[in-house]
Write a protein that binds this ligand. Sequence first.
Ligand code: SAM
Length: 301
Amino acid sequence: MNEHVYVPPIKIQGIKTKLVPLIRECVCLEPGAVWREPFMGSGVVGFNIEPHLAVFSDINPHIINFYNYIKEGRITHCLVRDFLESEGRRLEDGDENFYYIVRDRFNSKHDPLDFLFLNRSCFNGMIRFNRNYEFNVPYGHKPLRFSKAYITKIVNQVAHIECLLEKHDWSFLCQPFEESIGAARESDFIYCDPPYIGRHVDYYDSWNEDTEVKLHSALTDSHAKYMVSTWHHNDYRANEYISRIWPECNVITKEHFYHVGAREKNRRPMVEALLTNYTVTGDNQLWRKCTQSSMDNALIP
Ligand SMILES: C[S@@+](CC[C@H](N)C(=O)[O-])C[C@H]1O[C@@H](n2cnc3c(N)ncnc32)[C@H](O)[C@@H]1O
């Protein structure tokens, strides 16, 4: 399994960095097929799969703008270095006041470089907008936020995107999933990572049973091969929507751990699932094929 994972410059809650090796193993991309990713978020999945033809889309315009600016050469890794060095110095001098100056500036002008700055200095690298579409995440309070090493890391992440865009034919569209999936052809491959139901975090990120049902219908109508990321179970509950909304899908699961607070004993297991409308071949110790009926036994006692 190829474990190397490239991390993109924009971070988002629910980023699938840890699942990339598994997803890479399980996708079914025929030569010449278009990769469609209607919930691109950070883009970490498609950027690592590296299809030659791809349509990345998201309902959040700031994510899409950021990548279109790079594609059009309006943001380059050199510009990013200059910008983060100068704004990083101002942050050091002005501390959190300066963070809020940039946040106000972004909320009135929507400059993608300000978006990057906020994303990389806000609390927990979150993306969250209020009902007026204003970015509202508070300051992350890390001293020397934009150190030389941190800026170089971000600059390299942007330079990597520039290389990928030179090699491949990729577009970035701001649109709801219905539009993106509605434009798919049977030969396309659609990877979906919608927000998890009930974990609403921001105005661009609401999700409920209705939208999950609409996603299922749109994918079925497309006749394309698809893969959907979702959660399978944790200590307390199993994801009942898998058997209710996706009964015909194959289910692949992988356990990962997350921390509640800093203590090692508070390490909790969460099982992630990939739902596919095709059979994934091969076998691997890192994942498990489930049957839909095994959902009933999913809860760990
Ligand atoms: C869980 S995140 C995707 C994370 C991504 N796979 C990653 O690894 O970074 C879900 C994304 O779906 C987008 N989104 C939410 N509702 C949407 C909709 N109705 N249509 C298109 N995108 C939507 C959000 O803006 C967010 O970027």
